[in-house]
Design a protein around this ligand. Structure first.
Ligand SMILES: N=CN[C@@H](CCC(=O)O)C(=O)O
Ligand SMILES: [Zn+2]
Length: 411
């Protein structure tokens, strides 16, 4: 199957030589070709160029993309798409004055979702999650990471990870799986959190590894959840099984999680709403990708990750949704990019780099995703007729997407 797209108003994020990520001032550059064509064979980008040098190509299908922009599909490197039920009652409780922390302390929050997940049959969790995956694919996401973490028992954590694996089998989209057993301390372990860490490290983690259910390991390193010491213990143990860290840090408090992640060569450190100078220092010179989740900041009314401070230090930054039932019931990367521009003062070029190639890096997919490069997966968004790419984050809340292709197939 081959597809030729012609008269593309502008082809975005064209990287002739593949790059793994972009950092600091480099993020201001978004290479494009105006009035372009692109040729797809099966699931790959074969070639592209400027319309004035369009070679003779016999394609199975040709699409005239006049007035439309084409760009790589979004790479969402941080989600909790697999969950059961929803938490709209907590949303209403917060409107009525309770804080996220107060709700969690009453047994709501993550523990509420864990109870629902434990009680919901695996097939039903799969069905609910598959709908969300299909929704985000239609919204332009072409690669996604999904975490466990609403199980909090051996049985339920493995159940979640099996659901992620079934999504991998049944959907033609790259999915990375992360074990987040250390997401919250279950009620029964409230007075003995160390015992829960022992369960996660000595009982659940080995089974996750044996059954090959995850690529990455995560922990919520935060006051009231897990300490830096817990983080070090878990990451040391996970390393023996070859699971790289991608960790939740600095959402509410800076307690040293960034440095712990960097010390363990984490692939990414995510959230970062609260960042100290020491956290920035720790990231400089590392291979760890900082990841911001602005939809979470919007929904919880908490600070936004200080993008300018991170970029001014010549660090890279990725953007992801954090799609989950408690802090971010939205998997819309288009909104994430808008929020990054509006609230974090990222330029459209920086935000698009952060949501494509840098998101791919945070899932170890930069060789196949995140840019328009020959040989990469044919994962791309065709916009409606719009005046410029800046219109995408500007017209927030407007659906500017005409169609989405993942692995060369129309979603
Ligand atoms: N902060 C930790 N975990 C999720 C939210 C969990 C929840 O409220 O269900 C997050 O990334 O925001
Ligand atoms: Zn999260």
């Amino acid at each position: 199957m081959s597809l030729l797209l012609t008269n593309i108003k502008e082809l975005l994020q064209v990287r002739e030589n593949n790059i793994l990520k972009v950092s600091g001032s480099e993020m201001k550059k978004l290479p494009t070709i105006k009035n372009a064509w692109m040729y797809i064979e099966n699931d790959k980008i074969t070639d592209y160029g400027s319309m004035d040098k369009l070679p003779e190509i016999k394609a199975d299908e040709t699409i005239d993309a006049s007035g439309k922009i084409i760009m790589p599909a979004w790479c969402d490197s941080h989600t909790h798409i697999v969950y059961a039920g929803n938490r709209e009652q907590e949303f209403a409780d917060r409107i009525n004055g309770l804080s996220y922390e107060e709700i969690a302390n009453r047994g709501g929050g993550i523990l509420n979702s864990a109870k629902t997940l434990q009680e919901t049959p695996e097939d039903e969790v799969y069905e609910q999650s598959a709908k969300r995956l299909e929704e985000v694919m239609r919204l332009g996401t072409g690669a996604v990471e999904i975490k466990s973490g609403y199980g909090l028992t051996e049985e339920a954590e493995l159940k979640m990870l099996r659901v992620i694996n079934k999504l991998k089998e049944n959907y033609d989209i790259s999915i990375k799986s992360t074990f987040l057993g250390a997401h919250a301390i279950p009620k029964d372990y409230k007075n003995d959190p160390d015992a829960y860490m022992e369960l996660v490290i000595n009982e659940i983690l080995p089974k996750v590894a044996e059954q090959n259910l995850a690529e990455y390991v995560d922990i919520f390193c935060e006051q009231g959840y897990f300490t830096v010491e817990d983080t070090n213990k878990l990451l040391n143990a996970a390393k023996k099984y070859g699971l790289k860290p991608k960790i939740h840090v600095n959402q509410f408090n800076a307690i040293g999680g960034v440095k712990a992640g960097v010390d363990h060569n984490a692939l990414s450190v995510d959230h970062l709403e609260v960042m100290t100078d020491e956290d920035i220092e720790a990231l400089i010179g590392s291979e760890t990708m900082p990841v911001a989740l602005p939809s979470c900041s919007l929904f919880l009314s908490i600070p936004y990750t200080p993008a300018r401070k991170i970029l001014d230090a010549e660090l890279p930054l990725a953007l992801a949704t954090d799609f989950n039932p408690g802090s971010t019931p939205s998997g819309n990367m288009n909104l994430v990019v808008s929020l990054a521009c509006i609230k974090m003062k990222m330029t459209p070029e920086e935000a698009i780099n952060a949501a494509t190639i840098n998101g791919a890096y945070a899932m170890e997919l930069s060789d196949s995703h995140g840019s328009i490069t020959k040989g990469k997966k044919a994962n791309f968004i065709v916009t409606k007729e719009i005046p410029s790419y800046t219109f995408l984050p500007y017209a927030f809340g407007t659906n500017s997407i005409d169609s989405v292709y993942i692995n060369g197939k129309l979603v």
